[in-house]
Write a protein that binds this ligand. Structure first.
Ligand SMILES: [Zn+2]
Length: 205
């Protein structure tokens, strides 16, 4: 007796030679390819923190005792990145919007929010600047071009039309509490902060 499963196997085996045109190979899964890219970019950053866990980075003392952090790809087309305390979550929309170097800085920035335990606290400007500073040092430690990453990010963070940059992980309710003029000033200060951090890192050599 041939079970349905066996019959299917026989039919498929026959088809490999006889009816190839009826069976099409699916295109590569875009999600898996994007996840592989994300994993490759995150691996050296997560490993560096495992090695340095507990150390003060760029004069910022870690608060969380956690050394291992997960990286997750959110299959959403909106441009966003955020941290949960244990995880770093990057959307597919973000992955498709920025280059590898910028993504590395974003991953390190979100890791900083976990390490410095910013989760569940207000998204203050100081916490954002601290996360940027921590991230820039981490890029330097793993041998990435932190200067280009910082300057690139600084240049696209300056608001072009009074809008808060879309890639910001600052919660929407916080954005609504301040005026557009204040948001522009904040982003300009943040861009200048990147330049200041680059100087600090270079001065340490
Ligand atoms: Zn942030």
């Amino acid at each position: 007796m041939i079970t349905l499963k066996t019959a299917t196997h026989i039919a498929l085996a026959m088809c490999f030679s006889a009816c190839a045109t009826q069976y099409q190979i699916s295109p590569p899964d875009n999600y898996l390819a994007t996840k592989a890219r994300l994993d490759n970019l995150a691996a050296p950053i997560l490993k560096e923190w495992q090695n340095k866990c507990g150390e003060t980075i760029g004069e910022l003392k870690p608060v969380s005792p956690k050394c291992d952090h997960e990286i997750t790809l959110n299959d959403d087309n909106i441009i966003n990145a955020y941290a949960s305390g244990e995880e770093i979550i990057i959307t597919k929309g973000m992955m498709l919007s920025v280059d590898d170097l910028t993504l590395s800085l974003i991953i390190a920035h979100e890791l900083a929010h976990n390490v410095l335990e910013h989760i569940n606290l207000d998204h203050t400007e100081t916490r954002e600047l601290d996360a940027d500073r921590w991230a820039m040092y981490m890029l330097k430690f793993i041998g990435l071009d932190y200067e280009t990453a910082g300057l690139q990010t600084a240049s696209f963070r300056i608001p072009q039309n009074n809008e808060y940059p879309e890639e910001s992980d600052v919660k929407t309710d916080v954005k609504k509490q301040v005026s557009k003029e204040e948001l522009v000033l904040r982003e300009t200060r943040r861009a200048n902060h990147f330049i200041a951090v680059i100087k600090d890192i270079k001065a340490e050599k």
